[in-house]
Design a protein around this ligand. Structure first.
Ligand code: HEC
Ligand code: HEC
Length: 328
């Protein structure tokens, strides 16, 4: 009897502990604070800068448009910019079903500037729900505040597209864990362009190169292996594409690439010269948004190149495409 009493007490304590823990998460997380009370003035300079960032640097439109899976580099379908509705789910390796949202005025007219700002830089939705970092909000939280305001100004001027997107859902236990992921922003100033390496580092962060080019261990990027590639993307059209090694390793990375080769590689996809060809199922395609980055200013691409020159070589031979299933 005594034993049963102790056992029920232990169970009671465990249950209480779990309830307190869930209560804590429910009450206090995500703890990034209220959306700030800001009003972003929409100036032509901001709209232009915001458009540049959203399309060619932070590549918001890569995810928040309808993607054409049948074409090379999975470009956005014309006239769907900002429409959202793309699915990021288990088939792509995510622990839930996440929908990119409609970021045109059709949806965002309900949002204050502060709410949009908080979603982009801290990963919290209008209703306080934690967003899953499919969208790399920690990267955007390291951009300058002014750049984020420019993006907001641009979003306000986009063509409204009618599209109601379902709410994302995480699988168990991620709907609990996800509440730990929103983070307060840690804004940086834009370094002077004369400091190519620092300026390039700023742009590489904003254009989320590391997000795709760093291998992962159960969803966490392996910091020591940053930029060494091999991150696996299952292609819905069949096969797996793996990100390239962008470190300075001469044999397996881009250590031998000249600045010209690097720039030419991007420029080959410029909208003025390139039309993405159709790609057959079960053949090589890529998640690298080549067509979006291709219209980045040459000066900015050069700065990214100079920054990548400072990444220490890591030997990692990547097989960019195979039909084999992903290693788990
Ligand atoms: C890699 C894909 C990706 C990129 C790049 C991306 N997003 Fe997102 N975004 C998403 C997904 C997916 C969600 C929904 C996440 C969720 O519901 O948990 C989201 C959510 C949002 C939300 C919140 C909407 C809501 O209803 O809560 C806003 C606002 C937003 N994104 C704007 C942007 C802007 C602006 C950029 C560029 C600076 C950007 N996104 C870049 C995929 C992306
Ligand atoms: C959404 C994921 C994603 C993002 C973001 C991304 N890449 Fe990639 N990248 C890939 C994948 C996958 C490949 C391999 C397939 C290919 O060559 O397209 C690749 C290939 C490359 C290559 C070709 C290397 C080679 O050996 O041929 C370069 C260069 C490159 N990326 C640079 C960058 C830079 C610079 C950035 C940031 C401005 C960036 N990538 C952002 C996914 C990404």
């Amino acid at each position: 009897m005594k034993f049963l009493k102790i056992l029920s007490m232990i169970i009671g304590i465990i249950v209480l502990g779990i309830l307190l823990f869930l209560g804590y998460i429910w009450m206090f997380l995500p703890n990034v604070g209220d959306a700030p009370d800001i009003k972003v003035d929409i100036t032509p300079e901001r709209v232009e800068r915001g458009k540049y960032l959203a399309h060619h640097v932070a590549v918001c439109i890569d995810c928040h448009a309808t993607r054409d899976w049948g074409k090379f580099a999975i470009p956005p379908v014309a006239k769907t910019d900002g429409k959202g509705g793309e699915v990021f789910d288990q088939k792509l390796g995510f622990p839930g079903t996440y929908y990119s949202t409609n970021i045109t005025p059709y949806e965002l007219k309900k949002w204050t500037d502060g709410e949009i700002y908080r979603a982009i830089v801290a990963g919290v939705s209008r209703d306080g729900r934690a967003l899953f970092p499919v969208m790399p909000h920690p990267n955007y939280g390291r951009m300058s505040k002014e750049d984020i305001y420019s993006i907001i100004a641009y979003l306000r001027t986009m063509k409204s597209l009618i599209n109601d997107v379902p709410t994302s859902r995480s699988d168990f236990p991620y709907q609990i864990a996800i509440n730990y992921l929103p983070k307060k922003p840690n804004h940086q100033e834009i370094p002077p362009k004369s400091d190519k390496v620092k300026y390039g580092e700023y742009l590489a962060n904003a254009s989320i190169c590391m997000y795709c080019h760093t291998p992962n261990d159960k969803g966490r990027p392996i910091k020591e292996k940053a930029y060494s590639g091999g991150f696996e993307f299952p292609l819905p059209t069949g096969g797996i594409v793996r990100s390239a090694n962008l470190t300075q390793d001469k044999a397996t990375g881009i250590g031998r690439w000249t600045q010209e080769e690097f720039i030419d590689r991007f420029k080959a996809y410029k909208s003025s010269v390139y039309t993405a060809p159709k790609v057959a199922a079960n053949t090589f395609n890529t998640f690298m948004p080549w067509t979006m980055y291709a219209d980045m200013n040459e000066e900015d691409l050069i700065a990214i190149y100079e920054y990548l020159k400072t990444i220490k070589p890591i030997f990692n031979k990547v097989n960019k495409f195979s039909m084999a299933t992903a290693k788990k």
